[in-house]
Design a protein around this ligand. Structure first.
Ligand code: NAD
Length: 351
């Protein structure tokens, strides 16, 4: 594991070490553990086990590797992996105390390729996991929704609070992702109301950091790959659309705070409200960090999800999350970008 990831894990665990005592001696099941966020969760629990918990938390990870790369932690007495597609019902002998449903198809490149799989993992997959949570009587269930449930928000609702209901097309190029995440939330609320499953839902806003695939076309890895290849940075359209970016250590801290809270039946934005930047500014900032002479090219998006359906703005209103969960993102954009580029250089450039 790189120095940067180790520092990140230490920052996360230092922030949540008191809350995390609840995990001592428990079993946590995570879906999508071989992906970007999943690997960070597993790394976080492993770091807690080694440094902060009296009794370890056992982890079971379930992934079908449709987009996941690999696990960064070796299997051992406290970490077991199971290859399984969560669109199918799932049974496991052990007790499950905490369940994180992070399996999903997150990048527009892949969710346009796997249209139905994307819908199924967020709907049938979520239902299967809620059913497991109900049978196991879990203490907490965390569902990974997305800020995409807001669609292309009315500018009057940017920064966007959880109470905004969204501006989403049911038939547009992004709808298989957006609408299925929305139905996933509906299923969570139904299981909370009907069976009392202690669900928490998070809506992440563009999380980035070590462990992302450079070929998955999310914007920061995509710009990084072009910088490494000495090619112009590909900015879609005029590059005027905006995003906020949340570095992984802040995001995982927020997700863990939601999982370990008593806020069942609630949804939380998780992101960074510090700087809403245009894609052009992002490209310029990344060029300044890595190669100030890099050119920027305006090009047509990879597919229709990036071109005609790309939301104009994305920025979270974090009032609810800060007030209820004590969440406080710390990593500034330029620092986070530098960390990501340094990690990617160490991990990918040789390849
Ligand atoms: N990273 C972000 O900025 C962000 C933003 C909003 C929402 N999310 C959501 O958070 C979750 C994790 O995102 P990520 O960035 O780690 O994505 P990722 O693609 O890196 O990881 C997702 C993992 O889920 C697995 N998976 C997909 N379908 C599956 C299935 N049917 N059965 C078992 N495993 C399956 C994949 O193989 C992969 O390992 C996803 O649900 C995503 O939609 C992420």
């Amino acid at each position: 594991m790189s120095r940067i990831e180790q520092e990140d894990l230490h920052a996360i665990c230092s922030d949540i070490k008191e809350l995390a005592q609840r995990l001592a001696g428990s079993t946590l099941l995570i879906t999508g553990g071989a992906g970007f966020l999943g690997n960070y969760f597993i790394g976080t629990i492993d770091h807690l086990n080694k440094n902060f918990l009296d009794r370890p938390c056992r982890i079971i990870s379930v992934d079908n590797f449709i987009t996941g790369v690999k696990y960064r932690l070796q299997e051992g007495p406290n970490f077991r992996t199971i290859k399984h597609d969560v669109r199918e019902p799932f049974k496991v002998e052990e007790p499950v105390d905490y369940l994180i449903h992070a399996a999903g198809i997150a990048s527009p490149k892949f969710y346009r390729q796997y249209k139905l799989e994307t819908i199924d993992v967020a709907t049938t997959g979520t239902r299967n996991m809620l059913e497991l949570a109900r049978q196991k009587k879990v203490k907490s269930f965390l569902y990974f929704s997305s800020s995409e449930v807001y669609g292309d928000p009315d500018p009057a609702f940017v920064p966007t609070p959880e109470t905004y209901h969204g501006n989403v097309s049911p038939i547009g190029p992004r709808s298989n992702y957006d609408e299925s995440k929305r139905l996933g939330e509906t299923l969570c609320m139904a299981y909370y109301e009907v069976y009392g499953v202690p669900v928490k839902m998070v809506r992440p806003f563009n999380v980035y950091g070590p462990g992302m695939r450079l070929d998955d076309y999310r914007v920061i890895p995509n710009f990084t790959a072009s910088l490494f290849a000495g090619k112009p940075i590909p900015v879609y359209g005029q590059g005027h659309h905006t995003r906020t970016f949340c570095y992984i250590s802040d995001a995982i801290t927020g997700f863990m705070r939601a999982l370990l809270s008593d806020k069942s039946g609630e949804v939380f934005n998780i992101g960074n409200d510090d700087r809403e930047v245009t894609m052009l500014t992002l490209a310029r900032t990344m060029a300044e960090i890595y190669n100030p002479t890099a050119e920027i090219h305006n090009i047509e998006g990879l597919n229709d999800a990036y071109s005609r359906a790309d939301p104009h703005r994305r920025c979270p209103d974090l009032t609810k999350t800060k007030t209820n969960l004590g969440y406080n993102p710390k990593v500034e954009l330029r620092d986070g970008l530098k960390r990501f580029i340094d990690w990617a250089e160490e991990s990918y450039k040789k390849e």
